[in-house]
Design a protein. Sequence first.
Length: 144
Amino acid sequence: MDIKYKNEKKKRINPFTGILLLLISTILFILTIPIGFLYGIFYKLFTKSIVGLGEFSLKVAISLDQLGNVLMQHLLNEIMIVSGGYKFGNRDETISSVIGKNEERNTLSAFGKLINLILNLIDANHSLNSIDLFVEPIENNIKD
């Protein structure tokens, strides 16, 4: 696996290091997230009322969306976009942002258009309003 950061050459990563770090982070996630989540809910509820709880909930939702974009990238690239589409998988981008970019490019598949329609019924122009223009692009981000 190669990783490239801003202004750096590609750094070769041992695949076993990635697998070990995934295992450790998953265990820590399972053990600590419930505590942090409950603490965050009560902290925001008591310090900023329902507004604070809403802000906290939105941040968590965006983070989960970004995680979903990475975890489901291969499946979403197959079922949501056509050739020439902007690919899923950037860890800094939400699924809705990618759908919006593909809507602009007219590269959503039939299933992608259906999901976009459902999102727009819940929140008008959701995917277009969710486009993040400041996401650092990843290499080979156009589907062949």
